[in-house]
Structure formats: C-alpha cells, structure tokens
Design a protein around this ligand. Structure first.
Ligand code: COA
Length: 393
C-alpha cells in the first residue's frame, strides 16, 4: 500500500527555476536580456577583445595584462600540434562519424596521456585546460580534411587562434572581417551560466573525476539539438525553406505538425537572447563579404513570423548558423566549433566547482509500481511477440 500520509514532493521538471549553486563566472539577467562574463557586458567584450582574452577572463576572474596575454598565447600556439597517438587515432576513425563524436573521443584520449589527469588543482587545470583549448581545433580540422580525402594541415604559429583554424580547415585565411566575425562568435558562445552541458561538467567534477571526463560528458550533452546541435539544425531549416516566399507556407506546415523551430526559444530568456544582435550584425558583415544575403533574408522573415505567431525569439544559434555556412564550414562542424569556444566556460566551471566542491546529487519522486514479489520465470509476461528484437542488426 502506498503511504497516503506522505506528502508528494514538489518536482521541478527539467530543474526549471532551481538554483543549484552560486557562481561568479557569468550572469544572465532575463529581464534586461543581458549577459556578463565576470561583470563585463558580453557585447562589449565581443567588440573590444579577442577570444584568448575572454578565456583568460573566465578562468582567472579578470582580463589579462599584456605580459600574461602574451605568455598565454605563446603557450597556446606551442600546444596546437597533435601527439602522434592522437593523430593516428583520428586517421583510424570512420570517415562518416559525426565530428562531435570524433572530438569527444579525442578529448578522452587526451585525458589518457595527461599526467595531471586526476588532479583538479588550479595549476593542473591551467595546464590541461590550455592543452584542450589549443588541440580541439586541430582535431576538428584534421578529421574534416581526412574525411574529404585530404591531408591534414599543420597549425601555423604565426596566426592567431581563429585565423589558424581557417588555415587548418581550408588551407587559406579569409578576409579579416570574416576571421573577426568568427572570433566574435567564439566569444559569444564561450559561457552561459548553468546550461545543460556546463551543469553536466560540474556534476562530473563534483564526483572528483578528472577534467577530461567532465569535458567528454559536456560534449555529449552539447551535441543534442535542444542544446548546441541547434546551430546545425538552423541551417537545415533555412535550406529546407529555401527562399523568403516559402517562409509562411513552411511555417504553417511546421507548426501544424507541432515541430520545434530550431534556433528559437530559450529556457532562461523570455524576450530575446542578449547575444543575438551582436552575432546578427557580424553575420551580416560576413554576408556582405560573401555577397550573399539570401540566408539572412530568409532568417529575418522567419524571425518576424515566429514573433507574431508564437511570441518566440531567436537564440544565438539562429544568426550563427548562416554565418558559419557563409564562412564555408560544413554544417556538421558548427557544433564542434561551439565546443572550441564553450571549452573556456566548461573549464572555468570545473575550476569553480573543484575549488568549493560538494557532490551534486538530486532526489527523484518515485512513481513506479508498489512493492511486489518476484514472479517465477514462467509466470512473467512477454514484452512483445517479436522474438527477433534482440537479433543483431
Ligand atoms: N519551436 C516551437 N515551439 C517551441 C519552441 C520552438 N523552438 N520552443 C519552445 N516551444 C514551445 C513548446 O512546444 C512548448 O509548447 P507547449 O507548452 O504548447 O507544448 C512551450 O514552448 C514550452 O517549451 P519547453 O520545451 O517546455 O521550454 P523549454 O524552456 O524547456 O525550452 C528550448 C527551451 C531551448 C529547449 C526550446 O525553446 C527549444 O526546443 N528550442 C529549439 C532548439 C534550440 O534552438 N535550442 C538552442 C537553445 S540555446
């Protein structure tokens, strides 16, 4: 018999509204649609800083001075090349693998080779974090070239982080506006409170597991289309729509089918994502440089329809999807690019969690069967009549 006297606990489905811990890394204020990293408004950081400075800010609490920044950059440049083991591993992976799965596997392998792996003190995290920040772009570029039957291109020490990524993927560095737009996108994606992947990293860290385990788990969480995978899905949506005239009939059908419109809505922001205007402005610069406004025209029309019909506003993935497409990246690299950036935030949170740790452990309200005896084998109901269900595919 159920204990009728026991009060049903309040369930916060999706943990909505639950404050799980304190953080001093970033602040999202939904009422004013604002986002700050360590107190600095993100649009201001995006206009006046480079990604490396923002990564340092997230890890150390303040923007770096000239000497610190120079040392950080030099260390990042030195750490870019892959070890022979990792290079061999990437060559051996299936060419049709999703690059997110490749990055996840590569981070696992990087953890195996790291002498500091089990240590979560600040100095070890500096060292391991920098290696991840430096090598993940090399992994993404190398895998992409290999799957196209091309040779990987070695990183160039004379290039900044974003320009070097273009170099390793395409063998050329585009117009500086495009490189800058890419760097801005990395700054905007770097950190966003206790989002699903960051919270995943904090849960893993709270068990006192290592950084690479936390980042591997975070990458798995980011891949889903309700989280980071949305930027790739946005481009599929825009391509499916095809032209501005199709926006209304496409949306009529999609809403009638109760489809989720990728790149719209947000758990925290009710009336618009603070990062969207900056990304859209830089995306339009890329469109101008590429002489192709088509994707932003479709996007603008879809945005207006969604606001009018569903009162839903775009999130960062909406303007970044077409920007990455116009930069020349294949759609399945969009979420790995998000990883290149969000690593900075994940590592900052791992540091914060490790410095004031308590195991993260929620409760669940049980709704399963009442206690019952174990029946004999012959008395059990078959799950289905289909006896082939366990046959290997
Ligand atoms: N398209 C259509 N309907 C949407 C929607 C979208 N993008 N986002 C939310 N809704 C609707 C839901 O269908 C639901 O309607 P219902 O109550 O009639 O069923 C309602 O809004 C609430 O949705 P819910 O999933 O509970 O809200 P959430 O806070 O959990 O959702 C997201 C947040 C981001 C998961 C959600 O907005 C979404 O799926 N967006 C698309 C994916 C995306 O862009 N992800 C990137 C996030 S940065």
């Amino acid at each position: 018999m159920a204990d009728e006297t026991r009060q049903a606990p309040e369930v916060h489905k999706g943990l909505e509204g639950v404050v799980a811990d304190v953080t001093s890394i970033s602040q999202v204020v939904p009422e004013t649609c604002s986002l700050t990293y360590r107190g600095h408004p993100v649009p201001e950081l995006a206009e006046s800083c480079e990604f490396d400075e923002v990564a340092w800010l997230l890890w150390h609490g303040d923007l770096p001075g000239r000497a610190d920044l120079e040392a950080f950059r030099q260390a990042e440049v030195a750490a870019r090349p892959l070890s022979p083991i990792l290079a061999r591993l990437i060559r051996s992976l299936p060419r049709q693998a999703h690059p997110m799965d490749v990055v996840r596997a590569a981070v696992s392998v990087l953890g195996m080779g790291h002498p500091d792996a089990p240590r979560n003190d600040s100095e070890s995290l500096d060292h391991q974090g920098l290696q991840l920040l430096a090598q993940v772009p090399t992994v993404i570029a190398a895998f992409h070239r290999l799957r196209q039957g091309q040779r990987p291109i070695a990183p160039r020490p004379d290039l900044g982080r974003s320009a070097n990524f273009f170099w390793m993927v395409f063998g050329e560095v585009p117009d500086p506006t495009i490189v800058r737009a890419f760097d801005v996108s990395l700054i905007l994606y770097a950190e966003h409170g206790f989002n699903a992947s960051t919270f995943t990293a904090r849960v893993v860290t709270s068990t006192m597991a290592d950084l690479h385990g936390a980042v591997t788990a975070a990458i798995a969480a980011l891949k889903g289309p309700l989280h980071g995978g949305a930027n790739e899905a946005v481009m599929r949506t825009l391509a499916e729509i095809g032209e501005v005239a199709n926006v209304r009939p496409w949306l009529d059908r999609a809403l009638a089918e109760r489809r989720r419109i990728m790149g719209f809505g947000h758990r925290v922001y009710g009336s618009g994502d603070s990062r969207v205007p900056t990304m859209r402005r830089w995306g339009l610069q890329v469109a101008k440089a590429r002489r192709d406004r088509r994707w932003y025209d479709i996007a603008d029309a879809l945005e207006a329809e969604m606001a009018a019909r569903k009162h839903l506003h775009p999130n960062l993935d909406f303007p970044s999807g077409p920007a990455y497409h116009l930069m020349g990246f294949p759609w399945d690299l969009f979420t790995p690019i998000f990883v290149m950036s969000r690593l900075a935030g994940w590592i900052a949170h791992v540091r914060e969690q490790a410095a004031a740790n308590r195991l993260i452990r929620h409760l669940a309200a049980y709704v399963g069967p009442e206690p019952r005896p174990v029946p004999a084998l012959d008395m059990r109901r078959p799950l289905s009549d289909d006896t082939t269900r366990w046959a290997p595919p």
